[in-house]
Design a binder for this molecule. Sequence first.
Ligand code: C2E
Ligand code: MG
Ligand code: MG
Ligand code: MG
Length: 281
Amino acid sequence: KAKQAGRNTYRVFLEEMSEKSLQHFQLEHALPDAIKGDQLFLEYQPKVSCETSEVVGFEALLRWQHPEHGLIMPDDFIPVIDESNMIIDVGEWVIENVIKQLSAWRDAGATLLPIAINISGHHLHSNTLTAYVEKLMTQYGISGELLEFEITEGVLTGNTEESIAALTALKKTRIRLSIDDFGTGYSSLSYLKKFPVDVLKIDQAFIRECSVNIEDAAICKAIITLAKSLGLEVIAEDVENQEQLQFLKQHHCDVYQGYYFSRPIAAKHAMTLLEQNLSVS
Ligand code: C2E
Ligand code: MG
Ligand code: MG
Ligand code: MG
């Protein structure tokens, strides 16, 4: 029931947005100021080991606190700028702020865990991504093992040659690569052979009913098996209840994230989790 209402609310919101497509236009033009000013910020969603329930990392998720429009979520502005060079400015802002955050946590004495960053296809293929992230890693003394790039599989299908070049360069930095929303990209699986992928993230579409729907259960099991036989890590996203987690544990999924463990949280709360992790180990 609640979910249904949530979805309807969202649809109404989207309809309002497209009616006022002028608003999109203005948001797009307001973004450079947002980047330069202090309107963008990141939340961090914990990634948790299915086996030990320990936090093993975070995903950085972008938010935009607009002075007039209020809090704007990424699905409402990333798609608008995804094909333009503005996505590179946004992507660089995110990379810089994640690396700064890691170095701040390190300076505060925390034991660091990897942070995953969502990277758009346009940015991946821009030829500036690797040099940019390397420069910041050097500047702040953060190694590649502490970062992970999440890209959706659709990004890898259209531009094979370009993607191989981009990912080969990226691989040298030791940043891990994960396929976000895995299973929904409508693509051939052969890219898993061609590209240096480290992690598969099972999309919410299959997780939502994995504990009650036979087909979804079969797809989740198949993805977990596929990941394991290729030597990849497998993560379930958007885990919302105990039944889903039970299913994932039973089928030896490695890691999960979702509201069941925690919503995306402010950096200072993520720091608290890092400190707790330290005290149990
Ligand atoms: P995504 O990478 O698949 O991120 C997961 C989304 O699922 C996040 O929404 C997160 O808040 C939400 N989520 C987490 N747990 C649950 C759950 O248990 N239930 C449900 N229903 N949702 C859950 P968010 O933060 O609104 O981000 C949406 C999308 O926007 C992301 O999907 C990603 O594609 C994009 N995005 C977010 N941050 C960035 C960024 O810095 N750069 C780029 N290029 N894209 C971003
Ligand atoms: Mg993601
Ligand atoms: Mg995802
Ligand atoms: Mg998703």
